[in-house]
Design a protein around this ligand. Structure first.
Ligand code: UT7
Length: 323
């Protein structure tokens, strides 16, 4: 018998404040038309002053726990993916742990920026497969609005705030996984630091810093790298693109998402898109999209879901989940 991870709940949370393209166009030299055409983004959410990454994460976590019919006290692992932690330390995961009433096990953050959710899912899945935890919460939560340079039109229009979470529970089986995490594939290449980074931090400048990106360079790599991660996922599971029911991609740019869908020969209505309303919420984008499609019952029991992401580092990766 082998251990594996069942996904038993998901939840999401978006701050109520909507920021439209038109509103940003009052602040920087941009237009609604440019943003829509180049990215597919119409609007994004922004956390209120004093509303922290952990606040967003807790709300998403509570929803995920309710779906899984668990309480915080049942959890023995929290892995939180975030590039915008409440504080330099301790981990935002420990603040979420305290708020959920979990007093056992371990809670920590992982940092892979926009690939963060895939990384966190992989870490939690491996804990469960090894028997080191039984009930895990994986959170992707970001307040990217806090690290944007609102004088830089090439980045400040692209990102938004939000959180998503899933609950993984250990299960035992001795054959094909009928429902759960089939595989995760993680990659990084630190040579590309300068293409996407934040120009501050406790050890470099002592400041928080702001997002800097060479968008065209990231775009070029994203399409190639995510395609490789998708191929690795399919090959590892002996699957073909035709077996995929849903693509739940990282939501950075509609043109990148469409390129991935074309490559998989997936029709538009099999791709979950939220970038138009959420913009790029970094580690939160995949669980936000996943939860939306679960809540509106597009994703159903037994569906095969492919997730992929690419972010600063560079980092990139894929995950296959049978719902
Ligand atoms: O989640 C992490 C991964 N991130 C991504 O995957 C992002 C990947 N990159 C992208 O999505 C795209 O590269 C962007 C949306 C960031 C930019 O789109 P692009 O088609 O690659 O545009 P560009 O950077 O090549 O810029 C084209 C022009 C430039 O003007 P010139 O040099 O041609 O005169 C920019 O200055 O568009 C200009 N521009 C803008 N114009 C109006 C850049 N930002 C804006 C703006 N409004 N907000």
């Amino acid at each position: 018998m082998a251990l594996y991870s069942k996904v038993t709940g998901c939840g999401s949370y978006l701050p109520s404040r909507v920021v439209t393209n038109a509103e940003l166009a009052k602040r920087v030299d941009t237009t609604d038309e440019w943003i829509r055409q180049r990215t597919g983004i119409r609007e994004r959410r922004r956390a209120e002053d004093g509303e922290l990454t952990s606040d967003l994460g807790v709300k998403a976590a509570e929803e995920a726990l309710a779906m899984a019919r668990l309480s915080g006290a049942d959890l023995d692992l929290i892995v939180c993916a975030t590039a915008t932690p409440d504080e330099t330390f301790p981990a935002t995961a420990t603040r979420i742990q305290e708020r959920l009433g979990m007093c056992q096990g371990a809670a920590f953050d992982v940092q892979a920026v926009c690939t963060g959710f895939i990384y966190a899912l992989a870490v939690a899945d491996n804990f469960l497969r090894l028997g080191q935890a039984r009930n895990a919460l994986v959170v992707g939560a970001e307040t990217f609005s806090r690290i944007l340079d609102y004088d830089d039109r090439s980045t400040c229009v692209l990102f938004g705030d939000g959180a998503g979470a899933v609950v993984l529970q250990a299960a035992e089986g001795n054959g094909a996984i009928e429902s759960g995490v089939l595989s995760t594939h993680l990659y990084s290449d630190g040579r590309h630091h300068d293409a996407l980074y934040v120009d501050g931090g406790p050890s470099s400048t002592g400041t928080v810093g702001r997002v800097r990106m060479e968008g065209r360079e990231v775009f070029r790599h994203a399409v190639v790298r995510m395609a490789e991660a998708i191929d690795a996922a399919l090959t590892a599971n002996g699957l073909n693109p035709g077996d995929i029911d849903w693509l739940v991609p990282h939501q950075a740019n509609l043109r990148i998402i469409e390129a991935m869908a074309r490559r998989l020969n997936l029709p538009e209505d099999r791709v979950v898109v939220t970038v138009d309303r959420h913009a790029n919420t970094s580690a939160a984008s995949i669980p936000l999209a996943l939860c939306e499609a679960v809540k509106d019952q597009r994703i159903r029991s037994g569906d095969l879901i492919l997730m992929e992401a690419m972010g600063g580092g560079f980092t990139w990766g894929s995950a296959l989940v049978r719902w």
